[in-house]
Design a protein around this ligand. Structure first.
Ligand code: ZN
Length: 159
């Protein structure tokens, strides 16, 4: 399946315009911590050469800060590792092995990368529902294509 750029960078907020321009990173808890729930802070950011802040270290987690503050280390992989069927399975394995303290972080990234029209609509659900754009019938954040397209159309008409 095709990936659907652009994505909004979780650090700088600017668009990530291609799979090659994206990077996925997360924080790894201290070695004293148990295996399950040791990971957190999963996010999608610019690959450094594509970052608007490339000359100031880019959009990556600040490794020195996280180690000093919490003894967390930073793990990362290129966005190419998370797209297509193999990328989806990698993300499903993140859920299966329960290493992330908050599974919603993994579920959100799965939707952003693998559900068409989700990324463009995701920050407007509450506003769109308040405006009556669609009537939510499912778990919040788990909307079908018709609902996502209604939100995107509403966003486009608002501009
Ligand atoms: Zn960025």
């Amino acid at each position: 399946m095709e990936a659907n750029p652009p994505w909004k960078c979780d650090q700088c907020g600017h668009p990530i315009n291609s799979v090659e321009d994206g990077w996925v990173e997360w924080l790894n808890g201290s070695i004293a911590e148990q295996w399950e729930g040791a990971l957190r802070g999963l996010r999608l950011v610019h690959h450094k050469p594509a970052s608007p802040n490339a000359d100031q270290g880019g959009c990556y987690h600040d490794e020195a800060y996280w180690f000093a503050a919490k003894r967390y280390t930073v793990s990362d992989l290129p966005l190419t590792s998370f797209v297509g069927p193999d990328g989806l399975v990698t993300l499903l394995a993140f859920l299966a092995d329960r290493r992330f303290a908050d599974p919603d972080e993994v579920l959100e990234l799965i939707k952003r990368l693998h559900v068409p029209n989700y990324e463009g609509a995701r920050n407007s659900f509450e506003a769109a529902i308040a405006e009556g754009v669609f009537e939510p019938r499912s778990t919040p954040g788990y909307y079908d294509q018709r609902e996502l397209l209604a939100v995107l159309n509403w966003i486009n008409n608002e501009q």
